[in-house]
Design a protein around this ligand. Structure first.
Ligand code: 13P
Length: 259
């Protein structure tokens, strides 16, 4: 059984003192649980202070983005190399990066490669827009996103990474995907990985769901076969909601008797 992974993507919210207060509250509320991995993805600015503040038995850190070159004249960017001692994970290819900052498939491929090269686990986000879904293009879109992003990786490297299925239409909208829609896509992703990288990579790879995840809807998602955790946006900014999501994941795993 793969360990459940809950990642809080704080996006461009919380300055240093607000971030520190949220971590303080989360540390009080979340117990040490070896069977659920909890990851915080704050802004770049607060990664360093949080790395000192967090209880490492409870939390790991992720960056929300990084640039694929290791160093050089790239004003405003931070490289994976600079992050390698600070974070376990980097989110790559989030739909906000793809759509607002025009990151294309090749850029995302280079970022995944840089992440692996720097021994940071990439959390690769994939997902279709509302129009792509209504035009019946969901699987084609996912196929293209996966094929380019994983280009040149070994089966072992793919098995160790994380893929987050985040339908663009479910992000920040309250419009959550239905469990059967999530199951179908997760099956598709695992099938793709099995066909291209083999059964071991497909079995080991962790796949998350993201898009309007809250404590209220999490129960329906935990039972979706193949979901290994969640990438949480808005609800991760509230200590009560985020801790409730972590608790629900923990209880679910205990009830399954698979810890
Ligand atoms: P919301 O949970 O706010 O919909 O955001 C999801 C997301 O984009 C996480 O990366």
């Amino acid at each position: 059984m793969r360990k459940i992974l809950v990642v809080g993507n704080w996006k461009m919210h919380l300055n240093t003192s607000q971030a520190s207060l949220l971590v303080h509250r989360l540390q009080e509320r979340i117990a040490i649980r070896r069977d659920v991995e909890v990851v915080l993805a704050p802004s770049m600015l607060v990664l360093q202070p949080l790395s000192v503040q967090i209880d490492r038995r409870k939390f790991r850190l992720a960056a929300q983005n990084a640039y694929f070159r290791d160093e050089g004249a790239f004003t405003g960017e931070v490289s994976f190399t600079m992050l390698r001692d600070l974070v376990h994970y980097v989110i790559v290819g989030h739909s906000e990066r793809r759509h607002i900052f025009s990151e294309d498939l090749d850029m995302i491929r280079d970022k995944v490669a840089a992440s692996v090269r720097n021994e940071i686990t990439p959390i690769l986000c994939v997902g279709e827009t509302k129009r792509e879904r209504s035009d019946g293009e969901t699987k084609q879109v996912l196929h293209d996103q996966l094929m380019t992003a994983l280009h040149n990786l070994t089966s072992r490297e793919v098995g160790q990474m994380v893929i987050a299925y985040e339908p663009v239409w479910a992000i920040g909208t309250g419009d959550v995907a239905k469990p059967d829609q999530i199951e179908e896509i997760i099956d598709y992703i695992r099938g793709y990985i099995r066909d291209v990288f083999g059964p071991k990579a497909s079995k080991e790879l962790r796949i998350l769901y993201g898009g309007s995840v809250t404590p209220e809807v999490i129960h329906g998602f935990l039972d979706v076969p193949g979901v290994d955790g969640f990438l949480v946006g808005g609800a991760s900014l509230n200590y009560y909601s985020f801790a409730n999501i972590v608790d629900a994941a923990y209880k679910w795993q205990r009830e399954k008797g698979e810890v």
